[in-house]
Design a protein around this ligand. Structure first.
Ligand SMILES: [Zn+2]
Ligand SMILES: [Zn+2]
Length: 272
């Protein structure tokens, strides 16, 4: 005979991740990732004032953040990291290459902690496994977060979706992915050829079509939620990115959302 545990004893919340994209554009990025006992920020391109306002809009304050994880040293991801770290003494995690390259931009960080790409960082029930990506930055990484059986993938700021990135992102239940540019708009837009080449190159950004390829590759019964982020104001339109991503997961039970550039998304839940 099987004895079932009373439902109140089943700690469902340990198998749950919540996330809020606080902002996502070529000027400022920050993502809040939470589990039942951890609250971390991935990148912070915001001033302390703007971050505080955005956190207040979801009933939080900068002091509530327990750790900041950085993907890479570009200004739109680290501009606000130093000020936040000095104000709240929050520990900041970076690869050594990133810390070295970000030094002038972020200044002194009281609690700077290094990790090697590929390492898993643990914060209570929430763990963050980093993986290397190809981007024109020093030792850039992305992360797969897990808590219990729930898994959330982050895929931002890379120009080429490597085997490693695909392997890491396969099987996630939710994915935040940059859908940076529309190749046609980039080609016919106002950016000089050199900058166009940078964006389009292997060390640049993911296009709407790249996202389609990635989604077609990793879509399976696990994937339930996709949030498109880091959409270029100049070289893309949210509705184009959305339509192409939706097309890629057609026939699968996947919700697709677009993160607005200047305000927080709703808080999404990741269920296994
Ligand atoms: Zn960026
Ligand atoms: Zn970047």
């Amino acid at each position: 005979m099987t004895t079932l545990a009373p439902s109140s004893l089943i700690k469902k919340e340990t198998a749950l991740i919540r996330f809020t994209v606080l902002g996502s554009s070529s000027s400022a990025n920050a993502i809040l990732v939470e589990s039942s006992d951890a609250r971390i920020l991935v990148d912070n391109g915001f001033t302390l004032k703007k971050l505080t306002e955005t956190l207040n809009s979801i009933d939080m304050k900068p002091e509530d953040i327990e750790a900041v994880l950085v993907t890479h040293e570009h200004g739109d991801h680290v501009k606000g990291v130093g000020v936040l770290a000095r104000r709240t003494k929050v520990p900041v995690y970076m690869t050594r290459g990133c810390a070295h390259a970000a030094r002038d931009r972020v200044g002194e960080i009281p609690e700077l902690r290094f990790f090697e790409s590929g390492e898993t960082l643990a914060f209570g029930s929430l763990s963050a496994t980093s993986f290397s990506v190809t981007h024109d930055a020093a030792d850039p990484v992305n992360y797969v977060f897990s808590a219990g059986k729930a898994r959330l993938g982050l895929a931002t700021d890379f120009g080429h979706c490597s085997q490693l990135a695909r392997a890491r992102l396969r099987g996630v239940h939710a994915l935040i992915v940059e859908s940076n540019y529309c190749p046609h708009m980039l080609r016919t837009g106002k950016y000089p050829p050199q900058l166009q080449q940078r964006i389009r190159g292997r060390m640049g950004h993911l296009s709407n079509e790249d996202v389609q390829h990635l989604l077609r590759d990793i879509r399976d019964e696990s994937l339930k939620l996709v949030v498109l982020s880091h959409i270029s104001r100049d070289n893309n339109r949210p509705e184009i990115a959305l339509a192409l991503a939706q097309e890629a997961v057609k026939g699968y039970d996947v919700e697709v959302h677009v993160a607005p550039p200047d305000r927080a998304t709703p808080t999404f839940e990741v269920h296994p």
